[in-house]
Design a binder for this molecule. Structure first.
Ligand code: NAD
Ligand code: MG
Length: 391
């Protein structure tokens, strides 16, 4: 029987890679919902090719465009945040959560409520509301499979292992676009320079987050939440080749490394076929040709985001939601030219320092509504911080 699947964030980098895999085995899947935002042509094309039940854009004002693009296909068109949530309520067996940002949280929770398997690329869900996501999965007998290369790697290294025997988890980082830049030049980094990654081809926002290491900071928190590992057992290692994605260190001294090409279709395909392995159209590495793997320690001065992640893990509660929201606004600020590259971390730190002491806020019960409120407040605070700096 064909598996019913939906893809949230279908038009993005992860979404398109997911579609690439699905399209290779069309008959194995019944596509239920595809969602996107501004790229209506892509959304309509994919919905038509995959014969989806419904296509949803996040933008209300694009509903007519979407309807027009889908006319005659029999595919439902819908728009808006609520419509995305409703699409997540349509019964499926498996769904890809690949919306970017905190907007991915609510549809993910909806998928888990139906007891389906959630392939989770949207790391923001775990950073903002790890406890909520995991508890919702447990309460509904739903599964979450990580779709971040590092977390898929850790998951694979842990198969058949006892989590109590894990001494440390090492996640690797390429170091991004500015790994080797002189520190005093970072203030002059342009958007184009920050948007080009040495090894991975990803969406623009996560590529800039790789250069600032906010992406790695989020992944450290993601590791803590998903695997329930103590913060002090999580390490970051700079590995410029991006081929070892993560390593798990056990109490007998063994280090299990996961090595693979820089192609997200591996992690996506692993989550799609789990618990089986199926052949995937990714490069087979020729290690003799590669010759060398390099490693070095990360630098907290170059990448203050890593230090901020430690603060968030130490504080717990809703501090992850503050961190993510402030980071998203600071990133907007860099993209539209109001902030210099190093100022993103300064803004996030100022917002965190300001809100983290508010116990009523940070220790509130983790519900979707409360997370949304914290998210909103942190965004407003970040905008005020940026405005104050500009003034
Ligand atoms: P992307 O920017 O390429 O795509 C984002 C998708 O979300 C698009 O379909 C877009 O239409 C949709 N979207 C944007 N804003 C939205 C909103 N407000 N409401 C609903 N939908 C919205 O992003 P990406 O690189 O594919 O990343 C997606 C997620 O996967 C992120 O959480 C990212 O951290 C994670 N991730 C990505 C990669 C990668 O290789 N790209 C690797 C690991 C994890
Ligand atoms: Mg990653």
């Amino acid at each position: 029987m064909a598996r019913r699947i939906s893809i949230f964030g279908a038009t993005g980098s992860i979404g398109q890679n997911t579609i690439d895999l699905i399209a290779r085995a069309r008959d194995d899947y019944d596509v239920v919902a595809l969602t996107g935002a501004g790229n209506i042509a892509q959304l309509a094309q994919d919905a038509t090719d995959l014969n989806a039940q419904v296509a949803v854009t996040a933008h209300d004002h694009l509903l007519e465009d979407l309807r027009l693009a889908l006319s005659g296909t029999g595919i439902d068109a819908a728009a808006g945040e609520q419509a995305i949530k409703e699409a997540a309520g349509r019964p499926v067996d498996w769904a890809m959560s690949a919306i970017i940002g905190a907007a991915g949280l609510a549809p993910g929770v909806e998928i888990l409520k139906q007891g389906a398997t959630l392939a989770l690329a949207n790391k923001e869900s775990l950073v903002c509301a790890g406890k909520l996501i995991l508890e919702t999965a447990a309460a509904n007998d739903a599964h979450i499979l990580p779709v971040d290369s590092e977390h898929s790697a850790i998951f694979q290294a842990l198969i058949g292992e006892d989590i109590d025997a894990v001494e440390r988890i090492i996640i690797t980082a390429s170091g991004g676009a500015f790994r080797d830049w002189p520190l005093d030049q970072l203030a002059d980094a342009t958007l184009a320079q920050a948007s080009s990654h040495p090894n991975w081809d990803m969406g623009q926002r996560i590529t800039i987050d790789s250069a600032s290491m906010f992406n790695k900071a989020m992944e450290v928190i993601e590791t803590r939440e998903y695997f329930g590992i103590a913060p002090e057992k999580i390490e970051v290692l700079i590995h410029p080749q991006s081929m070892i994605h993560a390593l798990v260190g056990f109490n007998d001294g063994a280090l299990m490394a996961h090595i693979g090409p820089s192609d997200m279709r591996h992690a996506i395909g692993f989550a799609l076929h789990h618990p089986h392995r199926r052949s995937l159209p990714v490069e087979r590495l020729d290690l003799a040709k590669i010759g060398n793997f390099e490693f070095r320690a990360p630098d907290d001065v170059r990448w203050p985001a890593l230090r901020l992640a430690r603060d968030v893990m130490a504080r717990g509660g809703m501090s992850g939601a503050v961190f993510n929201a402030a980071k998203e606004i600071a990133l907007d600020g860099f993209i539209d030219g109001r902030l210099q590259f190093p100022q993103m971390a300064e803004v996030v730190e100022e917002v965190l320092d300001g809100l983290i002491m508010d116990t009523g806020l940070i220790d509130a019960t983790m519900t979707l509504d409360n997370v949304a409120q914290v998210d909103h407040l942190a965004r407003q605070t970040a905008k005020a911080v940026i405005k104050k700096r500009a003034g």
